[in-house]
Design a protein around this ligand. Structure first.
Ligand code: B12
Length: 264
């Protein structure tokens, strides 16, 4: 790693004993970052000045405008490079770490067969108006992703993939019909926080339709979710970009079989 000193303290300005980092651009700890954004203004000198002013207000000082390109009538795209003085204390960073073991397909099948003694039923869909099915298909369909086969490949999992633009009532109905142990929902479009609204609506509908203990495990995924928001969204787990089917299968086994009594 550039500038790493092996002690966990990286970059100039580090506070003794703390794992503190600042961005690296040309030299260790110089704090240099690059940001890009679009402003709703035609490309001219004033627009470039506005981009620099915005960057300054974001804490980038000095800010160098390195790229400006008209996007369409009345819009300009900018790239700005410059220094920030912010530090990041790695010990204060909150992320969701994987808290379950990663299992292979054979292990997943064996645990489900031996301990659940029936197939584990999974129902998946893209809800709302979202038609981005590539992500949920990557997790559910046999073709999978990143060299891993999807959940349909697992002999002891019964997968029902409802596809795109499924309404919440349709999803709840399918979950009942399939006696779903887990419901997997994908949300890719985040405009106006659609993914958050849709997820809250979905979890509320399941809470209303089924009593606690009869409710399936609720899992949502998509590239722009904050994995720490499970309680706020009323779901059991959130998976972000780069998720693989193996991680999801392992989590299902952990949450539904090994960490609780079968049938509970
Ligand atoms: C392909 C694509 C489309 C295709 C979708 C085809 C299909 N059948 O899916 C088409 C052309 C239909 C499309 C349409 C639109 N799209 Co589009 N699309 C994309 C694109 C290029 C790739 C998305 C993708 O397939 N990624 C690959 C998959 C494998 O990754 P993933 O979804 O992140 O999934 C992984 C993880 O997130 C996770 N995961 C995802 N879901 C789930 C669910 C569970 C349960 C779990 C466990 C894990 C999980 O696991 C997956 C595997 O690792 C993105 C841009 C981009 N590069 O990301 C834009 C993008 C998503 N689209 C966008 C937009 C705006 C649209 C449209 C609104 C455009 C328009 N004006 O018409 C429409 C909306 C259509 C609709 N009603 O939803 C925007 C969204 C912006 C935003 N803030 O929301 C993006 C980001 C492009 C952009 N930069 O503007 N799109």
């Amino acid at each position: 790693m550039p500038g790493g000193n092996g002690t966990g303290v990286v970059g100039a300005g580090a506070v003794a004993g703390k794992r503190v980092v600042r961005p690296y651009g040309d030299t260790t700890g110089d704090g240099m970052v690059q940001v890009s954004f679009t402003l709703p203004v035609p490309h001219d000198k004033r627009a470039e000045g506005a981009a620099v002013q915005l960057a300054n207000r974001m804490g980038i000082d000095p800010a160098m405008l390195v790229h400006a390109k008209p996007m369409s009538d009345g819009f300009t795209f900018f790239v700005v490079y410059g220094r920030v003085n912010h530090l990041v204390d790695l010990d204060q960073v909150q992320v969701v770490e994987r808290d379950f073991p990663l299992l292979g397909a054979k292990e997943v099948n064996a645990v489900v067969k031996q301990r659940l003694r029936r197939k584990l039923s999974v129902v998946g869909a893209c809800i709302g108006t979202d038609a981005h099915t590539v992500g949920i298909d990557a997790i559910l369909n046999v073709k999978g992703i990143a060299g891993e086969k999807g959940l349909e490949y697992y002999r002891e999992l019964k997968v029902t993939n409802l596809g795109a633009q499924v309404s919440v009532p349709e999803l709840v109905e399918a979950a009942r019909r399939e006696r779903a142990d887990a419901v997997l929902v994908s949300q890719v479009v985040t405009q106006r926080d659609a993914h958050l609204h849709n997820t809250r609506e979905m979890s509320a509908a399941f809470r209303e339709a089924l009593p606690a203990g009869k409710r399936p495990l609720l899992i949502v995924g998509g590239p722009r979710f904050d994995e720490t928001m499970t309680a706020e969204l009323g779901v059991d787990r959130i998976f972000g970009r780069g998720t693989t089917p193996g991680e999801v299968a392992s989590y299902l086994v952990h949450a539904l079989v090994t960490s609780r009594k079968a049938g509970a």
